[in-house]
Write a new protein. Structure first.
Length: 146
């Protein structure tokens, strides 16, 4: 029996106003279960249970799909993060003297990866040779505005 027939049978029974105890419809009025009154309800409940079961399976499928998509999005976000040029700065960590009251650093550390650079301030590279972070000062913001 198709679900549409079950629904039709239930609608017909419902018109009689008492679908649980008995149905006043007979063959002449279109009842599909006149020989075995009550089957319409049984079949409807069975169909409803089947439909619920199928819906629950579908929800599980969709949730799994959703979780997979979310993890793909997370992976893409991580990839984008890696592709974006990082900004960093050289941090002086050792100095060998003072000039005008300020320490003259000769050992520096990348703020992003900890890569060390030996040499005075004018030898610092624009990009960290280890992690590639952009170490230039001040120019980033102007680039972002344009
Ligand atoms: Zn670095």
């Amino acid at each position: 029996m198709e679900n549409t027939e079950i629904i039709k049978a239930l609608r017909l029974c419902a018109k009689s106003g008492n679908i649980i105890d008995y149905c006043e419809l007979g063959d002449d009025n279109g009842c599909l279960y006149s020989d075995n009154c009550g089957d319409c309800i049984d079949n409807l409940l069975r169909a409803a249970a089947d439909a619920l079961e199928a819906a629950e399976k579908r929800i599980v499928e969709l949730n799994t799909k959703c979780a997979n998509l979310q993890s793909q999005i997370n992976e893409m976000e991580n990839e984008i993060e890696e592709l974006m040029p990082k900004r960093g700065e050289w941090i002086g960590i050792e100095y060998d003297g003072y000039a005008d009251g300020y320490p003259v650093y000769d050992v520096w550390e990348c703020s992003e990866c900890g890569e060390e650079h030996n040499g005075e301030e004018d030898t610092l590279p624009n990009y960290c040779p280890n992690c590639g972070a952009d170490m230039r000062k001040g120019e980033h913001d102007e680039q972002a505005d344009s």
